[in-house]
Write a protein that binds this ligand. Structure first.
Ligand code: NAD
Ligand code: LMR
Length: 340
């Protein structure tokens, strides 16, 4: 089970409640796109972390007010605003974790790939600055299409001579959060106990929940497997349609991204029991990038949980083969963009 839902959250709430943080705040986190729909609630959640000493909020607009607002919370970290490209370098210097939710979200009828033309350039520019100013940081890419923006980031870092595949992450935590929620509802399980690994990528059929690996173990009918898999794959679209033109998931995404930040900080802090799903450079399949469960440590990805891909059901094996062409094409599109 994921300890963010139990140990870390409980500790955070307890320490906030007592206003006496028990954990030493020492890490610097930068959020690029901090004034956005995800950026604002994510920054609030990161501001609550007892592990964070400095929170750098960067955006091209409106970030001063967000930082002023957050800076009144009496939690350990100092929140500072950085606006516009001329302040980007300062936003990144000395940072341990960089989270990138900058970019445009979907509207109804769009695919994540429809965001490529705008977001690819934004991610490229921001990662160039990361390479120049904090090349050792963990980099969390949220901007869509993640299946392409992570390969773009990798190419940019390679061009700058600072690529460390263990520290570049596509954030797919929301897929796991959704899978856990939907499975717990469907099977009447205690939500806090449920953990469903989600592999592949972060768009449509490339999102593959491994329901057969659900913990605690649960049995599903064929209909339940089909229904849950399709709902998890389309959950982003479910939110886009409900928001009817006002954007995509922001609050659940901020929650998921904060969980991934907290896990990364715990790993950096020496916790040896941190596991998360993430879209990373991988040798688990024949694809160069692949989302799967990884063990996080001080140096980033420490190990892959190879066992997740063993003993798949027929349904999961077929779905894994079916997702490969789309995921390969998205990865190649990102690589080509970065090298053009
Ligand atoms: P938003 O439009 O509300 O916010 C985006 C923010 O990025 C804005 O504040 C904007 O000013 C800023 N921005 C734009 N260009 C920038 C630049 N060059 N440098 C710095 N900041 C810049 O959008 P949102 O709802 O927060 O979504 C952001 C992105 O996250 C979208 O691409 C969306 O598709 C993606 N997303 C990913 C996941 C996931 O699971 N990985 C989930 C939800 C959304
Ligand atoms: C999500 O899964 O909610 C995000 O990728 C946003 C989207 O466009 O669906």
């Amino acid at each position: 089970r994921n300890s963010f839902q139990t140990k870390a959250v409980t500790q955070n709430i307890q320490s906030l409640a007592s206003l006496q943080p028990k954990i030493q705040a020492s890490f610097k986190v930068a959020v690029l796109g901090a004034a956005g729909g995800i950026g604002q609630p994510l920054s609030l959640l990161v501001k609550m972390s007892p592990l964070v000493s400095n929170l750098h909020l960067y955006d091209i607009a409106n970030v001063k007010g967000v930082a002023a607002d957050l800076s009144h919370c009496n939690t350990p970290s100092e929140a500072l605003a950085f606006t516009g490209p001329e302040q980007l370098g300062d936003a990144l210097k000395g940072v341990d974790v960089v989270v990138i939710p900058a970019g445009v979200p979907r509207k109804p009828g769009m695919t994540r790939d429809d965001l490529f033309n705008i977001n690819a350039g934004i991610v490229k520019t921001l990662v160039e600055a990361v390479a120049d100013n904090c090349p050792d940081a963990f980099i969390h890419i949220i901007s869509n299409p993640v299946n392409s923006t992570v390969p773009i980031a990798a190419e940019v870092l390679k061009q700058k001579g600072v690529y460390n595949p263990k520290k570049l992450f596509g954030v797919t935590t929301l897929d796991v959060v959704r899978a856990n929620t939907f499975v717990a509802q469907k099977k009447n399980l205690k939500l806090i106990d449920v953990d469903v690994p989600v592999i592949g990528g972060h768009a449509g059929i490339t999102i593959l929940p491994l329901l057969s690996k659900t913990k605690p173990s649960a049995s599903f009918t064929d209909e339940e497997i089909e229904e849950l898999t399709v709902r998890i794959q389309n959950a982003g679209t479910e939110v886009v349609e409900a928001k009817a033109g006002a954007g995509s998931a922001t609050l659940s995404m901020a929650y998921a991204a904060a969980r991934f930040v907290e896990s990364s900080l715990r790993a950096l802090d020496g916790d040896s029991d941190v596991y998360e799903c993430s879209f990373v450079q991988s040798e688990l399949t024949d694809l160069p990038f692949f989302a799967s469960r990884v063990k996080l440590g001080k140096n980033g990805v420490e190990a892959f949980l190879n066992s997740d891909l063993q003993g798949l059901t027929d349904y999961e094996s077929k779905a894994l083969e079916a997702l490969k062409p789309e995921l390969t094409a998205s990865i190649e599109k990102g690589i080509a963009f970065a090298n053009k």
